[in-house]
Design a protein around this ligand. Structure first.
Ligand SMILES: [Zn+2]
Length: 387
């Protein structure tokens, strides 16, 4: 998996006023005076920001605050969360789901299609168009504005090749919008982390064909490639940290990566049955109580727990949540996962992590896709902690 998202364009006309938008996103509602003080800009500069943002219908006065002493009450401003929208599109075969959300995380439209019978990837495009057109009509009729699209897909759909559709290029050419295309995990992480208080450091384990451990805080993904930029260590290299260099071959070409033990692909290979080819097959077998499958899954969960225990310490993770298709079997192997954690973490530490599976991985990812599109807009293309 790759988390590199393409950025089509930002909002150059908003310029510095985006700083005010970012501040309101974190601390709003605020008075204009408070914004000027916090940003360390002059009052005319702050007023200028508000003028630009109001013209774009991005901010609105929401309340008045009475201050002690004489004088008029302060007018408080906030992001206009009602009238600004993003679209999330999640392609996780056999399903395609798309949603339109406003900046309050309220899903205004949602569609779901079974794409398993489609012959070619490009047959997905009419489904996407249908949703996009409907959503754009809805927004127009509500005098709103669409601020971005985040499309995420299982598999490297963002890599143009002969057999694949370049969704990014398609959307960018047909819709005049900031469009991002990525793998599922960033959206999944954004969706799940939103269940917690904003400043909590949430470790989101995305467990499907591969594995990803994504720390999130404050509506951002914390990543580590800044630590060794020349080596291009990135978010997903966590899955490809080698835990035994003599271990099984991984899809990345190395041997013994974490993913080669704990990813769904590796687990299916280990189960080694002709009737088990997909995650769905695997989940069904586990739910039917197949002992061999459960043993393989427990072994994987233990290895994962052991690995995650280090990550919890390094990243300061406070809460853990498991999402992705295999989160459905997580309750069955939770004890094994905790045994893995137990090697490094005390029972109290493990308990405080409140490790749980997502209660709706697909809708979590859909909401996450809408959210990350919003974050990209507000923070000028950047959804990670370090720009
Ligand atoms: Zn690998």
């Amino acid at each position: 998996m790759s988390h590199k998202a393409h950025r089509l364009k930002t909002e150059p006309k908003l310029g510095n006023s985006l700083r005010t938008l970012q501040l309101l996103d974190r601390k709003g509602p605020l008075a204009k005076k408070q914004v000027a003080q916090t940003l360390g800009v002059t009052k005319p500069a702050a007023l200028d920001h508000f003028r630009i943002l109001s013209r774009e219908n991005l901010v609105i006065p929401v309340d008045r605050k009475f201050m002690p002493g004489p004088g008029r009450p302060l007018e408080l401003w906030d992001i206009n969360r009602q009238d600004n929208y993003t679209i999330g599109i999640v392609i996780e075969p056999p399903l395609l789901v798309a949603g339109l959300s406003n900046f309050s995380d309220k899903l205004r439209m949602r569609c779901e299609h079974d794409i398993s019978s489609l012959k070619a990837t490009e047959d997905i495009l009419p489904l996407i168009d249908e949703f996009m057109i409907g959503a754009i009509e809805y927004i127009k009729s509500h005098n709103g504005k669409l601020r971005g699209v985040w499309l995420c897909s299982a598999g490297p759909a963002h890599m143009p090749s002969q057999n694949r559709v370049d969704f990014h290029q398609y959307l960018a050419q047909n819709y005049d919008l900031p469009v991002n295309v990525s793998a599922l995990d960033v959206a999944a992480a954004f969706g799940e982390a939103a269940r917690f208080e904003r400043n909590t450091i949430v470790g989101v384990i995305v467990w499907d064909m591969g594995i990803a451990i994504i720390p999130c805080q404050d509506h951002r993904v914390l990543n580590f490639h800044e630590l060794a930029p020349a080596k291009k260590l990135g978010l997903h290299d966590i899955a490809h940290v080698i835990i035994d260099r003599r271990g099984p071959k991984c899809i990345c070409g190395h041997n013994g990566c974490l993913e080669a033990y704990t990813g769904g692909r590796a687990i299916i290979k280990q189960i080694d049955r002709p009737d088990v080819n997909t995650l769905k097959d695997l989940i069904k077998l586990a739910q039917n109580g197949d002992e061999h499958t459960l043993t393989v899954l427990r072994d994987a969960a233990r290895i994962l727990g052991d690995f995650v225990a280090s990550n919890v310490q390094i990243m300061g993770i406070e809460k853990l949540i498991c999402t992705g298709l295999l989160s459905r079997v997580f309750p069955m192997v939770r004890d094994a996962f905790c045994q893995g954690l137990d090697r490094c973490l005390s029972p109290e530490q493990i308990q405080s992590l409140e490790i749980a599976p997502s209660d709706g991985p697909l809708d979590g990812t859909l909401l996450g896709a809408c959210r990350v599109a919003r974050q990209v807009f507000i923070s000028n293309g950047n959804y990670t902690a370090v720009s």
